[in-house]
Design a protein around this ligand. Structure first.
Ligand code: ARG
Length: 484
């Protein structure tokens, strides 16, 4: 149905265009209590339909489940249920066709749909809101919407992982420098490096799955805050809507948004993971590194400098992580001073929540495609690994195996590194006679451990960077995915 992913805010139509429906739309359903109409500015200020119309599909689903329960419990007549079902089907079609006339006079998605229902089916539509409030209604809609988003995000994370796996498999043996403090530290394989991100995303998926269980609890039945006087069947509604359980306390059900906060925390963390990879790709594509090439379709040019090819996509993902972090902070601040139960403050939960989900979904989609298109430049990676004395630890480990205590070995290698630096060569470029000056334990076989390939191959245990282990990690990951 249309509005779930559209950003186009439904605008209030000028009265003239609303034609014959105008009289029915002029007053809020609660206007009976008031001596004068609400100020136009206040109407616009308090309305949420501009952004909550995207909940429409879930609002209709939840209303139908509510109506079916009311009929089953004898709260409304069967005939009314049929009318409501017919009216909602028509409304669904109007929304899909983009013909539904959203109006800020009706404030939010709930009232817009209810009004239209009444226009379609009259009194049956007026009975729908029995035993319900917009407070439990909105909490239900947001949970249904978020559940669907979590499922889509899980898919997006899965696709991004697939792209990482394919690249890691292809480049399980490709040597690059590993960094600490952004200084060359030890050689690693490109496949191992990419699999680090696979693991981060694997934990993100577990976090979202865990969060989904807490999102998937039914608020309906809480009504405004205290429950309802009607003989309702909440389990039935939960079953029909696919909720795993009932919110156990009516006050909590309508007021807390911890499920949304939790989601934003996980989204902020997932975006932080993407942002770290983004930062690496920005560095790697800089000619100073030159480790990878990005396909042109993921880059943009400069309006003034004809030679430029800028990594705008990773830069934007790095930038957009700020929005997700901002959403989390917004929701925490929104919640922290609210007394029980529902307060209008909670209407402000939607835009940050929607934005966090949109940002993560879009970033995952574009990153999955971009990662699949990354082309490493092996010569550049190799040259950088050779420049940084990346196998110094291997030489120290070699000496340890020859019986030298590690601290002494560390000192001997540090002196050898200084000598190589003076001579402008790598450790493997020092002649055996020179190397022997730093430790008598050094023999002919030292050169095996000084090579980049020897260094990575030697780290051959689960979690290590050896090509064999990268292959095993990829295989394990694929097996895990197959059984999901
Ligand atoms: N638009 C409102 C929201 O997003 C719906 C609930 C309104 N309830 C109320 N009592 N004003 O929270």
């Amino acid at each position: 149905m249309a509005p779930s992913r559209t950003k186009r805010p439904p605008r209030a139509k000028p009265a003239a265009q609303r034609g014959t429906r105008l009289p029915a739309r002029a007053q809020a359903p609660w206007s009976g209590r008031f001596a004068e109409p609400v100020d136009d500015l206040v109407k616009r200020f308090t309305a949420s339909v501009q952004f909550d119309a995207r909940l429409a599909r879930f609002d209709i689903d939840a209303s139908l489940a509510h109506a079916r329960m009311l009929a089953a419990c004898g709260v409304i007549p069967r005939g009314d249920l049929e009318d409501i079902e017919r009216g909602m089907a028509a409304i669904g079609k109007e929304i899909d066709a983009g013909e539904f006339q959203w109006s800020i006079d009706a404030e939010d998605v709930h009232t817009n749909i209810e009004r239209r229902l009444i226009e379609h089916v009259g009194d049956a539509g007026k009975r729908l809101h029995t035993a319900r409030s917009r407070n439990d209604q909105v909490a239900t809609d947001v949970r249904l919407w978020l559940r669907a988003e979590i499922d889509a995000i899980d898919e997006g994370l899965g696709r991004m992982q697939e792209a990482l796996l394919a690249q890691a498999e292809r480049h399980a043996a490709l040597v690059m420098p590993g960094f600490t403090h952004l200084q060359v530290a030890q050689p690693v394989t490109f496949g191992h490096h990419l699999m680090a991100y696979f693991e981060m995303l694997e934990r993100d998926r577990a976090r979202f799955a865990e969060c989904r269980r807490r999102v998937n609890q039914l608020p309906l039945g809480a009504a405004a805050l205290a429950g309802t006087t009607f003989p309702i069947d909440r389990e039935r509604v939960a079953r029909e809507l696919g909720f795993e359980g009932l919110c156990a306390n009516s006050l909590d059900a309508v007021s807390d948004r911890d499920f949304a906060i939790e989601f934003c925390a996980h989204a902020a963390l997932a975006m932080t993971h993407l942002s770290r990879l983004a930062e690496e790709i920005v560095l790697w594509t800089s000619p100073r590194f030159g480790f990878v090439r990005l396909p042109d379709r993921f880059c943009t040019g400069s309006s003034i400098m004809p030679q430029k090819k800028n990594p705008d996509v990773p830069e934007l993902v790095r930038g957009k992580s700020a929005r997700a972090i901002g959403s989390l902070v917004s929701l925490l601040a929104l919640m922290k001073a609210q007394p029980l139960a529902y307060n209008k403050d909670n209407q402000e939960d939607k835009e940050p929540l929607f934005d966090a989900a949109d940002t993560l979904r879009d970033s995952l989609a574009v990153f999955a495609a971009m990662v699949a298109g990354i082309e490493p430049v092996p010569e550049a990676m190799r040259a950088a690994a050779l420049e940084g004395f990346a196998t110094a630890t291997d030489l120290a480990d070699y000496l340890v195996r020859k019986g030298v205590p590690f601290r002494d070995a560390h000192g001997a290698v540090a002196r050898a590194v200084r000598e190589a630096e003076n001579l402008g060569c790598d450790l493997s470029g020092l002649p055996l006679a020179v190397l022997k000056r730093f430790s008598a334990a050094i023999g002919e076989d030292v050169f095996d451990c000084l090579s980049l390939e020897g260094s990575v191959a030697a780290r051959d245990h689960p979690g290590g960077t050896a090509p064999r282990q990268v292959g095993a990690a990829v295989a394990r990951a694929r097996a895990r995915r197959a059984t999901r």
